[in-house]
Design a protein around this ligand. Structure first.
Ligand SMILES: [Zn+2]
Length: 274
């Protein structure tokens, strides 16, 4: 990638930009909170994780250039994590002019019922299937998907490793005992949809949709002991409960700095060294 292009990036080196902090049904259909995923820049390599509905709007609004992306990753095929995969692929390849970038997704989002159109797949350099316990790399970015989550469809979280930092992201899942041991990191990202533990059942499918709640987040933060924890992916109930106040309480109960992400928030990894 040309030096000039990197300098023009609105995503500083070693930062995460939240293109949305909303999750689950009512947030994605109301867009009360945006649902565009997280834009990473690790050591100058830019990539996107979980581009939900509106990602292209949020990215362009914040002057992030999709042509800088080296990869698009999705944790699972649910709409709030994958809806903008196609348009972001189109943008990453400059409308199909420049063949570039990789796409990483669980098998059921690539093979069973692909979330990416076939014609777009031909415009990128690689498509990789995520699996439990595997490691991957592109450019200088290394990550693993340590364990399959309990979340209906095939779902993985991520552990990113840079020369200086590790970032663990527990995406959508029901809480289970082994979560903490798989997600060690200086920075811990948590998708916290509910303020209280709750069994949510999709009324049409009759299937449970499993998510973490604040007490789950508290357990995980205490066990993992990151330098900083960031909560995101808030459902409507969580939003009404004021995530920033819940984060403050968690900071007090865990002794660890806990942040409730805001739409458009940029987190610089240098804050972990403070
Ligand atoms: Zn989900």
């Amino acid at each position: 990638m040309a030096e000039k292009e990197l300098k023009e990036s609105a995503a500083p080196v070693d930062s995460l930009t939240f293109l949305g902090t909303g999750g689950a049904r009512f947030m994605i259909i109301s867009q009360l909170l945006a649902t565009g995923g997280v834009w990473f820049n690790l050591g100058g390599t830019e990539f996107l994780v979980d581009p939900g509905p509106g990602c292209i709007v949020q990215a362009t609004k914040r002057k992030l250039n999709p042509e800088h992306l080296s990869a698009i990753l999705i944790s699972h095929r649910h709409l709030d994590h994958s809806a903008d995969v196609n348009i972001m692929t189109e943008a990453m390849t400059r409308g199909g002019i420049r063949k570039r970038g990789c796409f990483y997704a669980p098998g059921d989002a690539i093979i069973d019922e692909p979330v990416m159109y076939e014609y777009l797949k031909k415009r990128i350099e690689c498509v990789e299937t995520l699996a439990a316990g595997k490691s991957y790399s592109f450019d200088d970015v290394h990550f693993s998907t340590p364990v399959r989550h309990q979340h209906g469809v095939e779902t993985y979280g991520f552990v990113f490793k840079t020369a200086k930092h590790s970032i663990a992201w527990i995406t959508d899942t029901r809480y289970f005992e082994e979560l903490a041991e798989h997600y060690r990191g200086d920075l811990l990202l948590l998708n916290v949809v509910f303020p209280e533990p709750r069994q949510h059942v999709n009324q049409i499918e009759g299937l449970p949709v499993d998510h973490l709640s604040i007490p789950d987040a508290e357990n995980l933060i205490k066990e993992i002991k990151p330098k900083v924890a960031i909560m995101t992916h808030f459902g409507m109930g969580m939003w009404r409960a004021k995530p920033w106040e819940l984060a403050e309480k968690l900071s007090q109960s865990t002794g660890i700095r806990v942040i409730a992400a805001r739409d458009g928030m940029k987190f610089q990894l240098s804050e972990l060294d403070a």
